[in-house]
Every structure is written in C-alpha cells, then in structure tokens.
Write a protein that binds this ligand. Structure first.
Ligand SMILES: [Zn+2]
Length: 121
C-alpha cells in the first residue's frame, strides 16, 4: 500500500482540486438537487417569450457547449470525490476492478486514479 505520508499529500492535492472544480462548476452549471453527482449546464435564464428564433438558436448552441464542459468537470469532480472516500475507507490505491495496488507513479500523475494500468480505460 501507499504510505500514509504520501496519501496525505495526495489527499491535499485532491482536496484542492475538488475545491477549484466546485467553483468552476458552480460558475457554469448547477447541481441536480435529486442527484448530487449530476450537474447541469446553465446559461442564465431564457426569456422565450420575447426572443426570436436566431437568438434562441445562439443560446442553444452556447448551452450545448456549456454542457460539454460541465460533463467533463463533473466527471473529474466525481472521480475526486470517490478517491477521497477511498482514502477515508482505507481502500485508496487499490484497483477498483481487480484489487491490485495502483503504482505510485500513476497516483502521482493522477491522484484520482481508480484502477491499475491494466484496467485503465
Ligand atoms: Zn486492475
């Protein structure tokens, strides 16, 4: 297993990154109240009553782009939250698929890694 000092350092990195992602996500999206793992892209309020089709199309495009970013950030955010849970449960550094330990270099490169190299997607 990874020694506790290294885990502590990785945990700090994860906590910092989680805080940054949370700010970024709140900026361009909002969390789904019924599912805290799900974020939705927002782009301000729509005023469908007065907007013409061209404006709506523009806004729709923005919203689509926005959701792409939200999805990426959300995935990263959830991976980090999962990694922090694994640290608490003392299962951090083990592959989710086979239970083998994840090489330290892999964790250093990505502290949120949940699988060994063989099971990387
Ligand atoms: Zn594995």
């Amino acid at each position: 297993m990874v020694d506790s000092r290294t885990i502590k350092k990785l945990e700090e990195r994860l906590t910092q990154e989680k805080a940054i992602l949370e700010i970024e996500l709140s900026d361009i999206g909002k969390v789904d109240q019924s599912n805290p793992r799900n974020w939705e892209g927002t782009n301000g309020d729509y005023e469908t009553g007065t907007a013409d089709a061209a404006i709506l199309a523009d806004r729709f495009e923005e919203k689509t782009t926005n959701s792409g970013i939200v999805t990426e950030l959300e995935e990263r955010f959830n991976n980090i939250k999962d990694a922090l849970v694994r640290i608490k449960k003392d299962t951090y550094g083990k592959c989710n698929e086979c239970g083998e330990k994840i090489p330290l270099e892999r964790l250093e490169a990505n502290p949120a890694a949940a699988t060994c190299v063989a099971h990387a997607d």
